[in-house]
Design a protein around this ligand. Structure first.
Ligand SMILES: Cc1ncc(COP(=O)(O)O)c(C=O)c1O
Length: 439
């Protein structure tokens, strides 16, 4: 399809007058295909999104994970609208729906003995770190994965700008993070138990928290997470599983339930409420009680829209057996990548859990190849990168169309790699793999 983006470009220029960089971080066009990527969306429906110029795409990114059932999902939206119309949603005191949701989560996730509801993933990880520090009285953190934008996380990059590379988003700048936080957060890589052991042996006296995504890009090697659990016990550290992306994908709750290792705290957001702002910190009573010894509070955390959406999402998620659908769709996508690539003779590596698969193109300039992939897929009507987020709204017809498009796009990329002309096929610069200032 021919993509016209006149309104998007004009709105972006206007946005630069009002917002630093026009739009925030990962949503900047240079992270995708500058000059070709839709910058502003107008609407979504099921598994599709439409940009402000009227171009419609099958949505393979799903708002980076929260749209787990589909855009504009009637059952969920109706329950929210009913709440707003019939009762209102934001009062000075908490509302009993918080108990209802906490009980539901406790029914599904046994370590959720106590719960604090917040609004974003970064809220949840930061509040969980505060509670853990309050519990242990120890400052230092060891961490693995991506956990958001707050100081405690970016502190790992102070003085060493590549420490967070290999943890989803490389090159995050710690400008503005107090230098005194240097040496408070130490990263280790997934499945590298020796890295964790070394950090522990160097810092065990002050190390009170191990925070990590229990699964994401790779499956855990045998015994890896059990050993992390053991280390946390040995050094009296709180083990936090960040399930903000992995939660509600493999089953009706946390990935740790499938893996069989229990944390002291787990944090959830994204898929738990189909796009409505909502997040939860859950954990054992023993550790969560420490939240009472510190100040963790925010005006919007007690409102009712997020919990209403979460209850409706969890209900639908369970009776439609959404996790099974997500895993099936994700496996199908992986098969499409593998079989198309092998037919064409293209070299790719496929990874990620079934509901969140990704691939990398093996060539001299993978970032240019990824950029061309996104550009060509846009032209075929897909908002897609090399990472796929499955949603219940992805249906057979989308998969058939996707499969056909992948074969054609992989062929074009392979030919370009052979002809050494990836760059000349691009309609803009190669996408950035890190954040940068716009001016
Ligand atoms: C594992 C994980 N933790 C934390 C976050 C931060 O969540 P938010 O962007 O809602 O602040 C994300 C977001 O992508 C995430 O994937």
């Amino acid at each position: 399809m021919t993509i016209k983006l006149d309104k998007s470009f004009a709105t972006f220029e206007d946005a630069k007058n009002y917002h630093p960089g026009g739009v925030l971080a990962i949503r900047r066009p240079y992270n995708f295909v500058e000059n070709e990527y839709p910058i502003f969306f107008e609407s979504g429906n099921g598994g599709k999104v439409t940009d402000i110029d009227g171009n419609e795409y099958i949505d393979m990114l799903c708002s980076y994970g929260p749209i787990i059932i589909g855009h504009r999902e009637k059952e969920i939206d109706d329950s929210v609208i009913n709440q707003i119309r019939s009762k209102g949603f934001n009062f000075s005191l908490t509302q009993p729906i918080h108990n209802t949701l906490a009980k539901k989560i406790n029914e599904l996730i046994p370590c959720a003995e106590q719960t604090i509801f917040v609004k974003t993933g970064s809220d949840a990880t930061s509040a969980s770190i505060r509670a853990a520090r309050a519990y242990t009285g120890k400052n230092k953190i060891v961490r693995c994965g991506y956990h958001g934008w707050h100081d405690w996380y970016l502190a790992a990059n102070i003085g060493e700008h590549d420490a967070l590379d290999g943890h989803l988003l490389p090159g995050l700048s710690p400008a503005g993070v107090p230098r005194v936080l240097a040496n408070t957060a130490f990263p280790f890589h997934y499945n590298k138990i020796d890295e964790l052991e070394e950090i522990v042996s160097n810092h065990s006296k002050d190390l009170g928290t191990i925070v990590m995504e229990p699964i994401r890009s790779y499956n855990p090697e045998s015994g890896f997470l059990a050993r992390v659990r053991e280390i946390a016990f040995d050094i009296n550290a709180v083990l936090i599983f960040d399930e903000i992306t992995s939660g509600w994908r493999l089953n009706n709750g946390g990935a740790h339930l499938t893996i069989g290792v229990n944390p002291d705290i787990a944090v959830f957001s994204k898929a738990m409420s189909n796009g409505y702002p909502m997040a939860a910190i859950i954990g054992t009573k023993r550790v969560m009680e420490a939240a009472q010894n510190t100040f963790i509070s925010s005006t919007y955390w007690t409102e009712r829209i997020g919990p209403t959406a979460a209850l409706a999402t969890i209900r639908k998620y369970r009776y439609c057996n959404v996790s099974e659908h997500l895993c099936q769709i994700g496996e199908r996508i992986q098969e499409i990548w593998i079989s198309s690539a092998s037919k064409i003779g293209m070299s790719i590596e496929v990874g990620g859990i079934s509901a969140l698969p990704h691939f990398s193109i093996v060539c001299d300039d993978p970032q240019a190849a990824n950029t061309l992939f996104t550009q060509l897929m846009l032209e075929k009507g897909f908002l897609a990168t090399n990472a796929f987020k499955a949603t219940y709204a992805h249906r057979d017809e989308h998969m058939l169309n996707y499969s056909k498009s992948i074969t054609e796009v992989f062929s074009t990329i392979t030919k370009s790699i052979i002809d050494c002309d990836l760059h000349s096929k691009l309609k803009g610069p190669v996408a950035h793999s890190t954040f940068r200032r716009l001016t």
